[in-house]
Design a protein around this ligand. Structure first.
Ligand SMILES: Nc1nc2c(ncn2[C@@H]2O[C@H](COP(=O)(O)OP(=O)(O)OP(=O)(O)O)[C@@H](O)[C@H]2O)c(=O)[nH]1
Length: 343
């Protein structure tokens, strides 16, 4: 499986609320922070390419920035320094440092003091900052700094919950060997895709793909090589369909794909593409040559996904029978829709 991030760090949490995050709890934490520091404003700020968004704002009349407000990524605010350096920042009096002259929080809002810590997503990307601001200069005790660091840990543990949950969800529906969906994942996503296609009046086709004589590959070259062949088929299949199509491995050497199409011929085009891609892999010679049998069924919205797959499976078995026949009489091989590529 790829180790790419399983949750989206580019979207503001306020735009896509996560059921695992209790903003109510975060609100209490930010309010408590502001009260303890006797600060007129406390924030949890999220950073993305779009800028800095106040996710949580302490509920005080003295606080000029409500939740939801976005400040551009180029603006010289205190939080930007934290995201750039990945370090905590304590400015006790911004007026004594000219680098803050262009900071609107200082020259427009009149803030003098800022204390903030970086908050990170579980993959190490910066989430944003947790901070307090004051209109007067401050001199916080070191125990206060310890406190804000501790609250940071609590916020980060909530974020790691999102990461762990998203990862578990992905693992539960992914086949770790081939990287495509497992049977459960395929079935769930296929049902969703069929409902969507019905609503939008889109045509769908089901492909059922089985590796020919796979047992012989395992027997001759070992299970490790057999596994490589399975991986290869998963990757070919994924590359031969659109990203929005659903691909799954539903048995040892059996794969399925649910594909959207406009013209009926498109299904044959996709089938040809898969066969050609496998032939090209065979040419590379790093795996034993193998062929696949592919069955196709057009999706009828009234039937269940299992029935549709049964139909594609039957078509595939017919192709396999044709292959067996064609191997006995070589002159018919070219018309069987099968590929037999020797490297
Ligand atoms: N390497 C490997 N082999 C597997 C895996 N899962 C199932 N198999 C093997 O896949 C083989 C499937 O064999 P069969 O169902 O007889 O299919 P086949 O040999 O391809 O025969 P035909 O379908 O008739 O062409 C069995 O030998 C299984 O042990 C796996 O994850 N890795």
């Amino acid at each position: 499986m790829s180790n790419k991030t399983v949750f989206n760090t580019d979207i503001f949490l306020l735009d896509e609320p996560n059921e695992l995050i209790s903003t109510e709890k975060w609100q209490k934490t930010v309010d408590l922070l502001a009260r303890l520091f006797e600060a007129p404003a406390g924030f949890l700020v999220q950073y993305t390419d779009k800028g800095f968004q106040v996710t949580i704002s302490s509920s005080q009349e003295t606080n000029p920035y409500p939740a939801g407000i976005i400040i551009g990524p180029e603006v010289n605010i205190f939080c930007r320094r934290i995201v750039e350096t990945r370090q905590e920042l304590y400015v006790s009096n911004a007026l004594v440092d000219t680098c803050w002259d262009s900071n609107p929080e200082v020259h427009i809002d009149g803030f003098r003091s800022y204390l903030g810590v970086p908050i990170f997503w579980p993959n190490g990307d910066p989430f944003g900052t947790f901070c307090v601001m004051d209109y007067k200069k401050t001199d916080y005790k070191s125990t206060y700094l310890e406190l804000i660091r501790h609250l940071k840990d609590i916020l980060e543990s909530d974020l790691s919950l999102i990461g762990a949950y998203a990862e578990m969800k992905t693992l539960a529906i992914t086949d770790p060997l081939s990287g495509v969906h497992n049977r459960r994942g395929f079935m769930v996503l296929a049902e969703q895709r069929i409902k969507l296609a019905k609503r939008t009046d889109t045509s769908l086709g089901a492909f059922y793909l089985d590796i020919d004589h796979f047992k012989a590959i395992n027997d001759e070259y070992g299970h490790g090589v057999g596994d490589e062949v399975i991986r290869c088929v998963g990757s070919v299949l994924t590359q031969c369909v659109r990203q929005s199509d659903v691909v799954g491995r539903i048995g040892g050497d059996e794969f399925v794909a649910l594909v959207m199409f406009d013209e009926k011929e498109a299904l044959q085009v996709v089938k040809k593409r898969i066969i050609t891609a496998i032939a090209a892999r065979n040419q590379q010679g790093n795996l034993p040559s193998f062929t696949v049998s592919i069955g196709i069924a057009e999706i009828n919205y009234e039937d269940s996904i299992s029935t549709q797959l049964d139909m594609a499976d039957k078509d595939m078995l017919q192709r396999k029978a044709e292959l067996a026949k064609s191997l006995k009489s070589p002159e018919t091989e070219a018309s069987s829709g099968k590929t037999r590529c020797e490297s």
